[in-house]
Design a binder for this molecule. Structure first.
Ligand code: NAG
Ligand code: NAG
Ligand code: NAG
Ligand code: NAG
Ligand code: NAG
Ligand code: NAG
Ligand code: NAG
Ligand code: NAG
Ligand code: NAG
Length: 603
């Protein structure tokens, strides 16, 4: 067993010998020796703080296990880590357990430590998706960062939270709810930062740059950390966050409820055609015909869906299987669907369905309850099911929303709603209210006072695909506006923008779908967010736009600096490779909502 000091002196003597001219062979073998010696259970046990040091967290030294992992060695590409695929150096994988003081529960955390010569004073966590926390601890290695993953006390490496959320009908596992919502990740960071400092022997004044990055529920997780553990993070990247959780999950049932209420179940091809024809009609409003609606606001203001009635549609027969939306690891979530050859003309009933979905949810008094997907987005949640027995299109309730209503609202251990009998728009709003009130301080994730994060110097990049068919981008806009009102409500609009720009930047990604590119709109997508964030945090280079690249179509490989909200792109006439970032009031207002159907503020 090596003491921490002897390891450190070994490391320091290596560091100084590296400065002297040594052959490549010598230096590489020295480096790996150093990591091997540090990656030692006894050494790591010696770093564990006494109980009481990290409030409420009792780490258990005897649980420590440390092993060297060599990703370049044959057959060691184990736990499904695409993020490790480009990382070939050896790293130290550490697992250990802690219990909450006096509670006797068991949380397992694992961390991946790069070798000292690859360590860049960074700690990094990646978010998960659906009801699943990220279980891969290696995502930070390529950034020279230690990163980690947690069991969250409910064996989150093997289960998604919805699988453990009910002990039985009517009986909530609140520990799992809070741990999943924000606590497990905050603790993973607190413990991880402590061990990282000790492992590499960072001096107190040495900065350990701390990052969180995620999209979808991972984006919600990112926001949960900004809201609850703001002082712990230097840079957070939140994509398409699944926050305002109650409204967001019930929204997945809204399109089916529209069809149920209007009594029209459109063939999937009809909706697809409505979307395609909208894209075609609105493509050029942003100044360039490139297959992308970069300005859904102009489309909403200028285009009338009714003009599509009568357009013919055709789709060939298909057999497809999909995994839903990465919502669960369980195999039974995969769906196969057979659809027949479809042809017809767009009906006024089909248009009425599409229109109402894009308009959003209102109560029976005509008060707005929630926002919705942007015009031109796919209408995935509205997809009907084909019944070959009677050759009819029928109700299909997406399990994303149906599961939430059963488990989290009705507290029944069921995976979806069977039907929408008796369900009205008011019912959806009641479900949203129950969900909002019950999980206000856990899943909802809409705290808007980000003062601790801001004052500690934290930087936030928030982005959202403008044609996201799963989480509406206006949901992100609404949160941005709520933060602005909360923190800078007494400033002029321009002054508030100037303040926000210093630490919280929001970007809409033209044409993009949910956390990725859109097969219907070949638009830009940002792929270098971490590089931009690192440059902002560590070098003080404030982003002026978000670097994005077009991956397909006529403009493939074109680089675009995305416009910072609330400005919007407008291609220049006369030079189709340049757009300006403009502000116009009517467009801004088309993104702005109030929700009078709720009697308390919805942030
Ligand atoms: C060892 O460390 C030196 C200095 O940090 C670095 O240049 C070299 O690439 C490292 N070798 C290996 C094999 O990691
Ligand atoms: C902290 O407390 C736990 C039990 O709560 C115990 O197992 C552990 O050994 C203690 N850690 C230290 C460093 O004393
Ligand atoms: C804690 O849980 C892990 C699995 O996540 C298990 O391997 C370990 O034995 C448990 N520890 C205790 C003390 O129960
Ligand atoms: C939970 O409630 C549902 C709906 O009432 C019922 O179908 C199911 O059998 C119940 N589960 C148990 C374990 O009682
Ligand atoms: C919609 O557009 C996509 C992409 O161009 C195409 O594959 C699909 O067949 C179109 N669907 C209909 C109904 O026109
Ligand atoms: C669709 O409209 C065309 C005229 O535009 C008409 O000839 C055709 O019969 C219609 N098809 C159906 C299925 O209604
Ligand atoms: C707005 O309020 C903040 C504190 O809430 C204060 O620091 C700031 O000076 C105020 N600004 C103006 C323009 O009144
Ligand atoms: C922008 O992104 C592209 C590809 O995603 C990358 O090659 C390029 O280096 C990035 N530019 C900047 C300035 O980060
Ligand atoms: C069009 O804009 C691009 C990017 O700003 C610039 O490089 C190019 O020179 C411009 N072309 C013309 C013809 O003005």
């Amino acid at each position: 067993m090596l003491s921490r000091n002897s390891i450190l002196s070994l490391y320091l003597s290596l560091a100084s010998s590296i400065a002297a001219p040594v052959s490549d062979t010598v230096s590489s073998s020295s480096n790996s020796t150093s990591l091997t010696e540090m990656c030692d259970s006894s050494y790591i046990q010696s770093l564990i703080p006494s109980n009481g040091t990290l409030l409420g967290i009792d780490l258990i030294p005897s649980s420590v296990q440390a092993t060297i992992v060599d990703p370049s060695a044959q057959g060691s590409s184990s736990s499904g880590a695409s993020s490790t695929s480009t990382y070939t150096s050896k790293y130290c994988s550490v697992t250990l357990e802690y219990t909450h003081t006096g509670k006797g529960d068991n949380v397992t955390v694992k961390y991946a430590f790069p070798s000292p010569d690859e360590f860049s004073n960074r700690f990094y966590l990646a978010g998960g998706g659906g009801y699943t926390l990220n279980s891969d601890a290696t995502g930070g290695l390529t950034y020279g960062a230690v990163s980690g993953a947690t069991s969250a006390g409910y064996d989150a490496f093997d289960y998604s939270m919805d699988e453990v959320f009910l002990y039985g009908n009517g009986s909530i596992n609140w520990d799992a709810a809070y741990m999943f919502s924000y606590q497990a990740l905050g603790e993973l960071t607190v413990v991880g930062k402590y061990l990282t400092r000790e492992f590499y022997g960072l001096a107190q004044e040495e900065k350990l740059y701390t990052y969180f990055e995620g999209c979808s529920d991972g984006g919600r997780e990112a926001m949960s950390q900004v809201q609850r553990w703001g002082e712990e993070y230097d840079g957070v990247i939140a994509g398409a966050p699944a926050f305002r959780y109650a409204q967001q999950q019930v929204l997945h049932v809204f399109p089916a409820t529209v069809e149920h209420t209007l009594g029209y179940y459109p063939p999937t091809c009809e909706l697809e055609k409505i979307v395609n024809a909208t894209i075609e009609a609105c493509d050029g409003l942003d100044g360039r015909v490139d297959g992308v609606i970069s300005r859904t606001d102009l489309c909403a203001l200028q285009f009338d869906l009714e003009s599509l009635v009568g357009q013919p549609y055709y789709c060939a027969a298909t057999t497809s299987s999909s995994l839903g939306f990465g919502f669960s690891k369980r195999d039974d979530q995969s769906q196969t669907s057979d659809t027949p050859e479809q042809s017809g003309n767009i009906t006024k009933e089909g248009i009425a369905v599409a229109k109402q979905i894009y308009d959003g949810l209102f109560n029976s008094d005509g008060e707005r309850a929630y926002l919705s997907f942007r015009i031109g987005s796919s209408l995935d949640d509205a997809d009907t099911t084909y019944n070959s027995d009677d050759d009819k299109w029928e109700l299909n309730i997406p399990s994303t929303g149906g599961l939430y209503v059963q488990k989290f609202i009705k507290l029944l251990d069921l995976d979806n709603l069977d039907n929408l009998d008796g369900v009205t728009y008011d019912t959806l709003i009641d479900w949203m209210k129950i969900g909002m009130y019950r999980y206000f301080d856990s899943l909802q994730t809409t705290v808007t006072d980000l003062t601790p994060f801001r004052n500690a110097g934290g930087k936030l990049i928030h982005y959202h695909g403008e044609s996201d068919p799963s989480i509406p981008p206006a949901s992100s806009v609404h949160y941005w506006q709520s933060v602005r009102d909360t923190l800078y409500g007494n400033l002029t609009f321009e002054e508030s923008l100037k303040e926000l720009d210093e630490w919280y930047q929001f970007y809409l990604v033209p044409g993009a779908a949910h956390c990725g590119t859109n097969e219907l709109q070949p638009g830009p997508y940002p792929e270098t967010n971490m590089e931009i964030m690192i440059n902002w945090v560590e070098n003080g280079v404030k982003p002026t736009g978000l670097n994005a690249t077009v991956s397909e179509g006529e403009y493939a490989s074109e680089n675009q600096e995305l416009c910072k909200w609330p400005t919007r792109p407008l291609w220049r006439s006369g030079n189709l490779s340049t757009f300006d970032c403009v502000f116009d009031q009517a467009s801004y207002e088309s993104w702005t909502y109030e929700f009078p159907a709720f009697k308390i503020p919805v942030y």
